[in-house]
Every structure is written in C-alpha cells, then in structure tokens.
Design a protein around this ligand. Sequence first.
Ligand SMILES: [Cu+2]
Length: 337
Amino acid sequence: MFTCKRFLCWCFATLMGLAFPFPSNATAMETIEARLTTPPEVPPPTGRTQPAHVVVRVQAKELIGSIGDGVQYKLWTFNGTVPGPMVRVRVGDTVEVRLENPKENKFAHNMDLHAVNGPGGGAGANLAFPGATGVFTFKALAPGLFMYHCASPVPNPHIHLANGMYGMILVEPEHGLPKVDREYAVIESEFFTKPSEDKDVLEFSMEKGLAEHSDYVVFNGHTGSLLGKGELKASVGETVRLYFGNIGPNSASSFHIIGEIFDNVHTEGTIGGTVNHHVQSTLVPAAGATIVEFKVDVPGAYVLVDHSFFRVAKGALGILKVGGNDDPSIFQAHPAP
Ligand SMILES: [Cu+2]
C-alpha cells in the first residue's frame, strides 16, 4: 500500500535527486591507461573499488627475433615481445582495446580476447590492415585469467598464434585477489619451423603445424627465457602466485614445478570457480590458463616444466630460484655413508 508516509519519502527523494543529481556510472567512470607488462612481470593490482574505462594500447610488430640460443625466427608480435603484454583490469571495467597496425607490416592483425562476451572476442571489430588502427570496447563481465591472441584471417588465424601473437588478460574480482609476496606470468607455446629464404632465419612451417610436430616448446617465447638472468625469484616463507597460460597452438600442457606442490590451483584460470589443493601437475588446454599459488618452504632451484616430458628437450623448462635458510625438519639431504 502506498501510504502517506511512503509518498512523502518518495517526494523528498525525488526532489533531492533533482537538486543533487547523483552522477550516473557512465559519467562517473574515470578513464585510465592500462599499465602493461611483459611476462614474467605482472601489472600491480588495480587497487580500485570502482569500475573504470581502461584503455589498452597495443601495436602489432612483425620482426625477426630469437626463440632460442642462436635461433632466429620471423616473429609476429604484440608490442614487439613474445608473449605480448599482460593486461590487468577489474570486473565491471569497460576496456577499450586499440590495436595499431603500422604501415610497415605486411599482414592484417587483430585481437581475440577470451575475456570478451561478444562476437569473435572482438577480433572482427578490431581487424586492422597495415596503416590502420582497430578499436573496440567490451565490459569485463567475468573475473578470471584469460588468453588473448591474434585471429586474423589473413592468411589464417593459426599462423598468427604460432608466430607469437598472444598474451594474457587478468580480470580481478570486485574486491581484488588476496595479497601474495610474488606474482609471475608464464605462457607456454610451440614453434613449427623451416628455413626461410634467409638461411640464418627460420619461419613458420605449415607442414609441421598440420602434423602437430613442434620443433620448440617454450616458456615466454624463448628456450632460455626463465633461465640464467631470467630465473624467477622467491625467498623461503614467501607466497607465490603464478599466472600460467598455454597458447598451444596445438598441445595441452602438463604444467608442473619439480619439488613444489601447488597449495591452490584455480582450475582453468577461473576466479570464484573450483580451487583444488595440494596438486602436483595441472592440465592446461591450448588457449587456456590456470592460476597456481604456493608457499616456498625450502631454498633451492625449482624447475618449471611441461611434464609431457620430451617437451623439456624442446625448451619447456624454467627455474624458480628460492633463497633463504634451510629447514631440516622439512627437507634435508644426507651425505653418503
Ligand atoms: Cu596477427
């Protein structure tokens, strides 16, 4: 029943609304530039409690780069790196994706983001031929870790993936993720190669791609990206969160860290979905992702691998170097008697 008291409240609210109009979401939403990082570096938490209009600027670059020691390859990249930049937004954000394709490039490129609800993940909307910029916006409706990749039909999408055009976008939940001490991003991928007209430079082999016979399986675009100076670092007692993606383009990954048990595995990169505990290896499909978290207890070198093990010989390994003090109650080596 619409009582007199309710009517007076309604009148008051209406008048206040006219006198002090509340800003709508559209007008209140601030516009910010996404801070992009190259894996293994991860952008910092958004720290925002409100959605924003986030502008992501990416440039397609076709270049010759290294995929292994002494191995040069004709790469197609986002922002000149393989993988492309990592993006971090918050659920509810409106994300404006701006893909510039410089006129010096030979091919059309675009971006299909798996975080998108919309045709082609945006790939049809931002297809950019050399000299053009493709733009589309989407609202991040679901939190999670998502892959993105080029899906240009020129000459066909799978070549663009195989040549290096992929990356990850993290969509934080409304209140962000629990704080950890270290965050890293790693993406696995395959290369299918043959000599190009320049004998010192390899290029994509359609024959090997179709046969699913990879020459290289790598983390972060290079057989040595997580070795030597590229080793990931942590200290005993710290918590580590790894954003792990697998672009394939063909094979699923049996992701494992030798000597470490994953405390939490956010299966299939979901946030708010299934979290498994005490996991040894986790399966990541092509164009899928996972988030694993663990506390490091013992110092030493921990080896990241695809435990489909012959891929280690093709390059799928990296090191997490853990510093700090031993805890013999957890692990100790005994000298030979
Ligand atoms: Cu492309």
